[in-house]
Design a protein around this ligand. Structure first.
Ligand SMILES: [Zn+2]
Length: 472
């Protein structure tokens, strides 16, 4: 039943596109613009761009070729390849120059996908039961394909925006650009080419619930990922003469303490607004709990009830969780080393040093050494302005009537942090409408997006970027 809901909702938006801009429909039901979006999407999904083993250079060059074939001048399309197999694309649709440009960002790389895990080939775009299946179909090739398609549409129309529209497709987002070859490489080497008043990026989808759009998310900030390593060392010995000071036990006891520990409540403007809106679409008890937590003196019982709900808990505080465990070197030897990795997602504004100090205090064991093993990239939340919120609200009302537009703090990390730190306010906002079950497949097996959501999201972004660049 809910699928009918999606269909009728999205059909109306598709129809709008058909009537207003897309010309005659084809025999298979796709307009020429939709066909173009489909073909670009298929081409992108079918280039294996797995971060460690795939080829984002090939994808960047394929998109550059598409843009040049559509009439973009060579000087406005740059496919860069900092090292073999790694590519970034920057393209520019020239406007009147009245205002500072807009930057559209999407990443080309994808997380690994094993054919044996999937029910279909992850590197073929499979259309099945109303869905597009493929690795990256959602994260993030939907946005990459949409932006390329829309730039070509604007070009074909002769659209003259009041500001340049810049597209940046980059590599290595899925490894948080730790080799500096993706967004950081562009910021460092070609800042002039991507400089903009603000950027649109991944990170803020539209939430469907049983076919009905309930929330339109605008990501303005993200938690800061940091991993710590916990080590317990011991002189070891023969396992036939066990002692009380065992490295594995010692570490395990520390991890049990961690499992019961909660960081203090830490809300900010974005999460306060998010919870206030969330209260409108939850059950009565939860809504009351949210109000009690948002109050000047947060209620402890309400807080502990909300903390049981994992997505809420992640918005309420910094979290740290054990993700890897290793110990010992032989079955008949006392362990000389036991090691755990603890992945933290820190609320912006809390220094990683402080989180480390809290962990050390909570573990309360001098034998457990705590080391930060990756540098943190903290970023300030991007402030929303009236023009952006106004355009998003107006269009959302048309595409997803009744759904609330909500600013969100992502618990995951994106390249938005690098852009925000480079002084380019960045909003995660995709226009992709998905049920929670489909969102749960991102990075997992059988990643997919509803075909109707793909086309309507593509059209939504087309309209939104136009509205933000002086068009209608
Ligand atoms: Zn992504």
């Amino acid at each position: 039943m809910h699928r009918n809901g999606i269909r009728s909702l999205l059909l109306s938006t598709t129809l709008c596109a058909f009537l207003s801009v897309s010309g005659a429909a084809r025999a298979d039901g796709l307009t020429p613009d939709q066909q173009l979006a489909h073909d670009i999407y298929k081409e992108l999904v079918e280039i294996d761009t797995t971060t460690a083993t795939g080829d984002t250079k090939q994808a960047a060059e394929a998109m550059a070729a598409r843009l040049k074939a559509a009439g973009f001048a060579d000087e406005d399309v740059h496919a860069f390849s900092p090292v073999p197999r790694k590519g970034n694309l920057v393209a520019r649709l020239r406007g009147t120059g009245k205002r500072k440009p807009i930057l559209l960002v999407a990443h080309l790389d994808v997380v690994p996908a094993l054919r044996s895990d999937w029910s279909v080939d992850p590197f073929k775009l499979t259309e099945q039961d109303g869905y597009f299946y493929g690795r990256g179909s959602s994260d993030d090739k939907y946005m990459a394909a949409s932006f390329v398609t829309n730039l070509i549409r604007y070009k074909h129309e002769g659209y003259k925006p009041d500001r340049d529209i810049i597209l940046a497709l980059e590599t290595d987002e899925e490894i948080f650009d730790h080799d500096g070859l993706g967004i950081q490489w562009l910021i460092k080497n070609h800042r002039d080419l991507i400089d903009a008043e603000f950027a649109l990026n991944e990170g803020g989808p539209v939430n469907l619930l049983n076919g009905k759009a309930v929330r339109v998310n605008v990501q303005t900030s993200e938690k800061v990922p940091v991993t710590f390593q916990l080590d317990v060392k011991n002189s070891g010995g023969h396992s036939s003469v066990p002692r009380k000071d065992n490295a594995i036990y010692r570490l395990a006891e520390g991890l049990v303490r961690l499992s019961k520990f909660e960081f203090p409540l830490h809300l900010n403007d974005t999460t306060r607004a998010w919870f206030a809106r969330a209260a409108q679409s939850t059950g009565e008890q939860t809504a009351a709990d949210i109000r009690a937590v948002l109050a000047d003196k947060p209620d402890a019982a309400a807080l502990s009830r909300l903390s049981v709900i994992a997505p809420f808990n992640a918005q309420l505080r910094t979290t740290c969780v054990a993700t890897m465990l290793q110990g010992g070197h032989a079955a008949n030897a006392l362990p000389q080393l036991a090691t755990a990795k603890v992945n933290c997602r820190i609320i912006p504004g809390e220094p990683a040093e402080e989180v480390k100090a809290t962990l050390v205090k909570m573990l309360a064991d001098d034998e457990i050494a705590v080391t930060q093993i990756e540098r943190e990239v903290a970023s300030e939340p991007s402030k929303l302005n009236e023009e952006i919120v106004g355009a998003i609200e107006k269009l959302s009302h048309e595409f997803w009537p009744g759904a609330a537009v909500i600013p969100v703090m992502s618990t995951g990390a994106t390249d938005g942090a690098f852009l925000r730190n480079a002084g380019i306010p960045t909003y995660g906002h995709s226009g992709m409408a998905m049920e929670p079950g489909d969102a749960g497949r991102i990075h997992g097996r059988d990643e997919r997006v509803p075909m109707k959501s793909f086309y309507s999201g593509n059209d939504y972004l087309y309209r939104l970027v136009k509205m933000l660049s002086g068009g209608t």
